[in-house]
Structure formats: structure tokens, C-alpha cells
Design a protein around this ligand. Sequence first.
Ligand code: R5P
Length: 306
Amino acid sequence: MNPTDVCLLSGTAHPALGESLSQVLGVPLAKRILDRFPDGELRVHLEEDVRGRDVFLLQSVCAPVGDHVLELLLLADACRRSGAARITAVLPYFAYARQDRREGSGDPLGAAVLARTLGEAVDRIVTVDLHSPAIEGSFPVPMEHVSAMPLLQQHLGTAGGQRVVVSPDVGGLKRAERFARELGAPVAVVHKSRLSGAEVKAGGLVGDVQGASPIIVDDMISTAGTIEAAVHVLLDQGCAPHITVCATHGLFVGPARDRLAKLPLERVVITDSLPPPADLPVPLETASIAPLLADTVRRLHADGAA
Ligand code: R5P
């Protein structure tokens, strides 16, 4: 790719991923100032000429979400006003995606609000394993929804004897079915109900896990309540004591650390869509999504240049 046509800009949410993407693409990160005014307001300044260039703006929309969103909006505005030919926001993790439906009257549609706000600032969005693909309909601009699941499968490899892919809830069944098809393994699903933001309750299991090594597949691990509940159901149902968890986004918030420490997990495989968690008491393995994002950037740039 020609760095005079393409500009790669990173926000402050996940600098390490910005560096990896820059290396894989062979495009340097554009120089910019991102700090604060004395009163705490964000200060953004581009130190590079973006006029006429195809700008890719990387920002994982993770905590503190408000600051990271605003930083992205300010960067996009600076690029627009400086004459960028096209602006694509690359959002490896998209927060608020679980607020994709209203529990009842009085609730907002958080996912739609964020999709609209970000979509209005740029020309295109790239995101990875959205909690619900239906959120695409809320973006006012074209969206590229890429999946890290093939990457996680590749990372897992083929060893492991008799395996069963498990969706820890009904909402993730399609994802688990696709994963199982690729591995040539059967699928099982746990019936989960959510009691609160951090508490879930697992009901029954559909599928046979007796003697098999489960691979639990999910889009994200947040408080690890979902994983904890699924593991208990699987052990009750006689699975082999070799449990793997695969998830695209590892948030590991609140009680996640304590919950995971008590579980007999053999492997926990995530991607680097979010900054790495510090000292997690699990056998954590991370597959980088930088090559996947780089392929997407190359393809979108080629499409636009054609
Ligand atoms: C929910 O539907 C998602 O797919 C995840 O299962 C969930 O968000 C994980 O959250 P936690 O780790 O807090 O249970």
C-alpha cells in the first residue's frame, strides 16, 4: 500500500493494536496530538497532512467509552475539515452492542445511538464480531462486519480428541454452529437467562457432551458469569475435564477474575481486540486480529481506489 494515499491513525484506546496493524500493513501511524486541555477537555491535533488521502481511523470502543467515542469523533472531524478523501472507522470492539433491544418502556436503544453517532462522523465502519449482526441496520453508512472466528479456530488447531462446540446461550447458537461445522464437531447449547448485568442462571443443556472435551464459543467474556454457568452445566452433564473457551473480545470486568480462577479451564483463547488484561489467573492465549484488519483495510482501499 502506498502511504501517500493511505493514512493510518490510531486513537488512544489500544495503542499496541495500532502498532501491530501499522507493522502488518507497512503503513506508519500518522502523527497526531491527543491530550487534554487544563480543564480536562480532550485536545486533538493532526500533525500530518491528510488532504486527499484514504484515512483509516482505529479505535476500540472500550472503557472509558465516552472518552474514546469523543476522541474518535474529534479525530474524524479533524480529518474531514483537513480534506481527507474518505474516512473509515475501524472499531475492533464496539461497546453498547448488548443494548441492541429494549427490555421495556423507558429504556434507550444504546447500540443504535452509538451506531448512529459514529456512523454520521465517517464514511464507513469496520467492526469485528458484533454481539448482534442486526446492529448493522443502525449504521447510516456501509459497514464491514468481519469475523475473528476462523482465526480462533486456526489458533486452536486440530488436536483434542472428541470435541463438542458449546454455545453458552441460545443467542450465540448460530455462531457456535458455524464454528462446529468448520471443526467437524457436534454442537450443544446451554439455556441461559440473565438476572442482572453480572449474574446469569443456566438452565438445561441441549446436546450430548458426555465424555467430550467442550469448546465454549462466545463473542465476549465480560464478568465471566456466562462462562461460569456454562462450565458448571457441562461438568454436571459429564463432559471431559478438558474445557476450552474461545471468545473474540476479552473484557474481564468485575468478578471475572475470581470466577475464572475457580474454573477448571484448560485454555482461554481470545483476540487482541481490546488491551490485554493484567495477570489473569487463567491459561490465556491471544490471537492477533491485526492481519485480519490489515486484509480488510487493503481490500477497502483497493475497492475505493478502483
Ligand atoms: C451475551 O449474550 C453475550 O454473548 C455474552 O455471553 C455475555 O455478554 C458475556 O457476559 P458475561 O461474561 O458478563 O456473562
